[in-house]
Design a protein around this ligand. Structure first.
Ligand SMILES: [Zn+2]
Length: 339
């Protein structure tokens, strides 16, 4: 089968070539891949930094494949052959206290498809059966665009205490997949959303005010002007500590910040007095619970959230797709058409 494999760190270490088909463990399903996305996490794996440093090479990349189940292990209940599915990248340990109460997103021992085991930038991928979610008649590319970003955005909003109707919500990094999903979900829950992005191109989501900024100082000034009493909730999907700090500073009394990005910044400088004097809170998320993945797919199918599809490229051009993504040359989810 054809697969995009990383043999050594750096884009030069990536090849698209023939590879042995994946083995099928008793609890796995075998998926014939139709689409897979291009993600920041892939770039982290390629560079060997942040959460991507955990990958042992060679590694087949691709965290969010969608396709059709064509095989299943002996321990998989029911008949799943022929099911149209999308794969949630995070695999919880299944044994800890958090997993036992359905809080898989916060399992401290989770592994990731495309990082800790071979991913779906290949014609075939085997994944734990529980990680393959039925998508019904949802388009494969849309499912790939949604499966990583929408559940994380949902989980981040919930971890930040939810959004009540009328609350003022700031979303940073709103032109990225997670940020865009967070903005749409915040609006869906009744929030008054201000979306910040470095891009000058509006998000094009009805009812969401998009503002662009050129510097952190500029961003501070804009936020102080649009929300003089501060925001109730901020969702930071940039992972850039400077932006996170401005977002925390822009919160009003009792404001909550949800952080959801594969950050590589080691330091965050914020005013420690905010937590005492202004009762602010910060919560961090990096995954979602299985129930939230199913809920997110439902929200996409209903039209409440519509992930943006950007460029589409064949598997043979995946290195180019990663290079473009790193250079931020594209907007919307970049989809690799595998089969
Ligand atoms: Zn666990």
């Amino acid at each position: 089968m054809l697969a995009a494999q990383l043999h050594q760190n750096g884009l030069d270490g990536l090849t698209v070539g023939s590879s042995a088909p994946p083995s099928l463990a008793p609890g796995d399903v075998l998926v014939r891949v139709v689409t897979v996305g291009v993600n920041q996490l892939d770039l982290n794996v390629i560079s060997g930094i942040g959460p991507g440093a955990a990958a042992q090479l060679p590694r087949t990349l691709g965290i969010d494949p969608a396709g059709v189940i064509i095989g299943q292990g002996a321990a998989v209940p029911g008949d799943r052959i022929g099911e149209r599915v999308v794969v949630k990248p995070n695999i919880p340990c299944g044994e800890c206290e958090r997993c036992a109460r359905g809080a898989e997103g916060d399992c401290p021992r989770q592994s990731i498809i495309g990082v800790h085991r071979d991913g779906g930038a290949a014609e075939l991928v085997s994944v734990p059966s529980d990680n393959a979610f039925a998508i019904g008649d949802l388009d494969f590319a849309m499912a790939t665009a949604a499966v990583h970003s929408v559940p994380i955005a949902l989980h981040t909003i919930r971890a930040a205490g939810g959004i009540a109707p009328g609350e003022r919500v700031l979303v940073t990094g709103a032109s990225g997949a997670v940020g865009r999903a967070a903005a749409e979900l915040a609006k869906h829950f009744g929030g008054e959303v201000v979306a910040m992005t470095r891009s000058v191109v509006p998000l094009g989501i009805a009812g969401i005010r998009t503002l662009s900024y050129v510097s952190l100082e500029d961003m501070s000034g804009i936020l102080a002007a649009v929300a003089p009493d501060g925001f109730d909730v901020a969702i930071d999907a940039t992972g850039h500590a400077g932006v996170t700090a401005v977002a925390v500073a822009s919160l009003g009394w009792g404001g909550r910040l949800g952080f959801c990005a594969a950050s590589v910044d080691a330091e965050l400088r914020i005013d420690a007095r905010d937590f005492y004097l202004k009762r602010k809170r910060i919560s961090g998320t990096a995954s979602a619970d299985f129930a939230e993945v199913a809920e997110a797919i439902g929200l996409v199918r209903s039209g409440a959230v519509t992930p943006q599809i950007g460029a589409r490229m064949p598997l043979t051009a995946i290195a180019e797709a990663y290079r473009d993504f790193g250079a931020r040359a594209t907007r919307g989810k970049v989809i690799i058409d595998v089969g």
